[in-house]
Design a binder for this molecule. Structure first.
Ligand code: SF4
Length: 280
């Protein structure tokens, strides 16, 4: 998954969206839940702690859940989401910040994660599957079905490695964050894999033709792709019909300052080329 993709964790038990702050005076009657609602809230363990990594190894066929962020505002712009990280990725991007998620391993029990998500119904909008590469998990379609049944919207972060698997789940997705690694010349240098642009372009074609809302984003450093090449790549994406594009400045570690920033001129051109553009 894209190295710059990040999530924030909120302390468990934080005031949920729309709920009054503890101790804050409430206008009489306004926002006061009906008795039935109070009973419903009391009935469910709304503040259950998120599951912890398992101690005993899980059965071999278990979904390779490698991490869980219970609350994020950044992994799907505009949505409050839990993020489920799948451990497993066949690429070896030299800038990968999630190297511990490159190897397939089930560190969390999906049944526990599912039970936890049940307790967050009504508090979160969505569940985002990230990674690693979430499409590396053969059970992803049933995991997506599970969270859809709970009423969540579903987002996916993908590097576009598995076009056939993407085709299988596309109609069940509400949003996709699709990594574009580089232009044709630079793709394999980033991913460490031969012919890696081909599947990514096949995934992009699917998103453009029949897909849900999506954003293309690139983790960018001028040493990997100079501004002129970045702009040429962006123009090509815009020409193909991409409407949302983000440049994520490469950082040595998440949260550290950007080394060399994208010029104001380049940002202005990108803003002009897309319906939505973000520089993060
Ligand atoms: S595609 Fe794989 S190797 Fe590349 S950044 Fe994402 S998880 Fe890391």
């Amino acid at each position: 998954m894209n190295a710059a993709s990040s999530s924030n964790t909120a302390p468990e038990g934080a005031t949920p969206r729309g709920a009054p702050a503890t101790g804050a005076p409430q206008p009489a009657g306004a926002g006061a839940p009906a008795c039935q609602d109070v009973r419903r809230l009391a009935d469910r363990p709304a503040y259950a702690a998120p599951p912890q990594p398992v101690i005993q190894p899980l059965p071999r066929h278990s979904p390779a859940v490698g991490g869980l962020v219970p609350f994020s505002t950044v992994d799907w712009p505009g949505q409050l989401a839990a993020v489920v990280f799948i451990a497993g990725c066949p690429w070896r991007c030299h800038y990968c910040h999630n190297t511990e998620l490159q190897t397939r391993a089930a560190r969390y029990d999906w049944h526990e994660v599912r039970a936890f998500l049940e307790t967050r119904k009504g508090l979160l909008d969505a569940v985002v599957f990230s990674g690693g590469e979430p499409l590396s998990e053969p059970r992803l379609p049933s995991m997506i079905r599970d969270v859809r049944r709970m009423g969540y919207r579903v987002g996916l972060h993908t590097a576009g490695i598995y076009p056939l698997r993407l085709a299988d789940v596309l109609r069940h997705l509400d949003w996709v964050g699709m990594d574009i690694k580089a232009d044709a010349k630079g793709y394999d240098d980033i991913t460490g894999r031969r012919d890696s642009q081909r599947p990514a372009l096949a995934c992009l074609t699917q998103l453009l033709s029949a897909g849900p809302d999506f954003e293309c984003r690139i983790t960018w450093h001028p040493d990997w792709l100079d501004e002129a090449r970045l702009l040429a790549l962006a123009r090509e994406l815009a020409r193909r019909g991409v409407q949302r594009f983000a440049v994520q400045a490469a950082r040595s570690a998440p949260g550290t300052p950007v080394g060399r920033a994208l010029s104001a001129q380049a940002q202005a051109e990108l803003r002009h080329s897309f319906q939505e553009f973000a520089y993060r």
